[in-house]
Design a protein around this ligand. Structure first.
Ligand SMILES: Nc1ncnc2c1ncn2[C@@H]1O[C@H](COP(=O)(O)OP(=O)(O)OP(=O)(O)O)[C@@H](O)[C@H]1O
Ligand SMILES: Nc1ncnc2c1ncn2[C@@H]1O[C@H](COP(=O)(O)OP(=O)(O)OP(=O)(O)O)[C@@H](O)[C@H]1O
Ligand SMILES: [Mg+2]
Ligand SMILES: [Mg+2]
Lengths: 253, 253
C-alpha cells in the first residue's frame, strides 16, 4: 500500500484536481484506491457528489478517534475508488487538535490500523496551509506530491515549502519522499516556459517527468461529479493524468 | 480612511493580485495607500521587491505589540503606496496568537492608533484560510472584497465563506460590508459564463459591477516587482483594475 499526500501551501495549484484525477486513473489501472479529504473546504467530497453539510461519518470523526477509516469510507462514482469525506466540522478540528500531545500522528495511527490488504493507493488532499490537518497528511504519507503552477508567486513559495517539508521529514517522518508536479501549464504563456526551465535547473531530481497542461475539461468535470477520465476520456487532461499514474506505478517506491 | 480586507478561503483566486493592482490604481488617482501583508507566504511583500527572509520590522511585530504600523511601514516602487511587509515569522504567529484573549482585535487597535490622516485607503491581503491572521483582517476592515473565479469549486466555497463572514460580522465587526469580485474571467470558457450567471442571480446586490478578465500581463508583472499599471499600463488588466478603483471611489462608504 502506498500513501501519497497532495499538498502545497500555495492556493489554487490543482491539489484537489490532481487527487481526484490521479485517483480515477489509478482505479482504471485496476488499483484499489482510497481518497481522504483533509481540506475543510471539502472540495474532494463535493467532487464525488457528497454534501459536506449533511455527512454523518467523516474524516473528522476518524481524527478524533470516534470511528475508524474503514467505517468512515464509502464508495465514489468511480469503480474501485472509495472516499473518506470531510464534513463542515473539519474546520474546527484544525484548532481543537493543535497542542494535544501527538496530534500530528492521528491519521498515521488510523492508517496503520486499516492494514495493508484493502487498498493499493491512499491519496490525501490537503488544504492550502501548513496547519494541523496538513501535518497529519505529511506524517501519514510515504510520498508527497507538490503540485505547482509555473507562475512567479507559486515558484517563490515552492522553495520555501520544500524547506518546511524537509524539516517535517527530519523530525516526524523520515521515510517521506517528495516530488514536484507541474500543473496548469500553458504553452501560450511565455512566463510558464521561463519558470519551468528554472525549475528544471533547480529541482531536476525531484521534478516528475509528467506535466499537466491547461485543459478546460478539467475545470468542467467536477460540476458533473465526475473525474475528467469519465467526463472526457480522450481529452489532453485525461491522457496526462494517466501518464502520471503510469509514472508513479513504474517507480513503485 | 477606508480599510479594505481582501480575503477568500479558496486558494488562487487573485487575492494578492487584486490587492497589489488595486492599490496601484488608487495611488494613480492621488490616493495615499497602505498595503498590509497578512499572508505567511508573503507574496505581496515579494511583489514590491522585498525579501521576507531578511525583513526586520514587519507586520508580525505589529501584531505582537512590539512596534507600530507607522514604524513598520515603508515605501514601495509605486509613488503614494506604502507597505507593511510580512516576515517568515508570520507563520508561527497564527498559532501563537490563537487563544490569547482579544487576539482578533490586535490589528484593529493598531489601525486606530495609526489615526485617520495619513492614508486614504488601507488594503489587507489575507492567506487562503480562516485562521487568526484572516480574522484580524476581517475585524479591522470596514469593507471586505471576496475575489472569486468562475469555477465549480470556487463557487461552492463562496456561499459557505459568506455565511462564515456574516457570523464574524455579527459577533465582532458589525460595520463590515462585503462585496464579491469576479476575477480571471475567461470568455472562451463556457463554464465561466454559466457560473457567472448563477452568481448574478444569487448575489446580485453584493456583486461588484467590475469584472477582471484573464490577462497574462497580470501573471507576468510580479516577476518584475511592478504592478500591472506600471508593467503594462494599457493592457486589459490595468484598465479593469482602474475601473474597480473608480467603482470603489464612487461608492465611498
Ligand atoms: N490542468 C488544468 N487545466 C485547467 N484548469 C484546471 C487544471 N487543473 C485545475 N484546474 C482548475 O483550476 C482551479 C483550481 O484547482 P483546484 O481547486 O484543484 O486547486 P487547489 O490547489 O486544490 O485549490 P485550494 O488551494 O483552494 O485547495 C479549479 O477550478 C480547477 O478546475
Ligand atoms: N486576471 C488574471 N489573469 C491572469 N492571471 C491572473 C489574473 N489574476 C491573477 N492571476 C494569476 O493567478 C495566480 C493566482 O493569483 P494570486 O496568487 O494573486 O491568488 P491568491 O488568491 O492570492 O492565491 P493564494 O490563495 O495562494 O494567496 C497568479 O499567478 C497570478 O499572477
Ligand atoms: Mg483544493
Ligand atoms: Mg495570495
Amino acid at each position: 500500500m502506498r500513501t501519497i499526500a497532495i499538498s502545497n501551501q500555495k492556493g489554487g495549484v490543482a491539489k484537489t484536481t490532481t487527487c481526484f484525477s490521479l485517483g480515477a486513473c489509478l482505479a482504471e489501472m485496476q488499483q484499489n484506491v482510497l481518497l481522504i479529504d483533509l481540506d475543510p473546504q471539502a472540495h474532494l467530497t463535493i467532487s464525488v457528489g457528497l454534501n459536506p453539510e449533511t455527512i454523518r461519518r467523516a474524516v473528522d470523526d476518524v481524527l478524533l478517534g470516534y470511528t475508524s477509516l474503514l467505517s468512515a469510507s464509502r464508495e465514489s462514482p468511480v469503480q474501485g475508488m472509495d472516499i473518506v469525506p470531510a464534513s463542515r466540522m473539519l474546520a474546527v478540528l484544525d484548532k481543537v487538535l493543535y497542542g494535544r500531545p501527538g496530534y500530528q500522528f492521528h491519521l498515521r495511527k488510523e492508517l496503520e490500523a486499516l492494514g495493508e490488504g484493502l487498498y493499493n493507493f491512499i491519496l490525501i488532499d490537503c488544504p492550502p496551509s501548513l496547519g494541523t490537518l496538513t501535518l497529519n497528511g505529511l506524517v501519514a504519507a510515504d510520498m508527497l506530491i507538490i503540485p505547482v503552477q509555473c507562475d512567479y508567486y507559486a515558484a517563490q513559495s515552492l522553495y520555501r515549502f520544500i524547506k518546511l517539508v524537509r524539516q517535517i521529514r527530519e523530525k516526524m517522518n523520515p521515510r517521506l519522499v517528495y516530488r514536484v508536479l507541474v500543473t496548469m501549464y500553458d504553452r501560450r504563456n511565455k512566463i510558464c516556459k521561463v519558470i519551468h526551465e528554472q525549475m528544471q535547473r533547480g529541482l531536476n531530481n525531484v521534478l516528475l517527468n509528467t506535466i499537466i497542461e491547461v485543459d478546460t475539461k478539467l475545470r468542467e468535470s467536477p460540476a458533473f461529479s465526475q473525474p475528467v477520465t469519465l467526463y472526457a476520456p480522450n481529452t489532453r487532461g485525461s491522457r496526462q493524468y494517466r501518464a502520471l499514474a503510469r509514472e508513479l506505478m513504474d517507480n513503485a517506491g
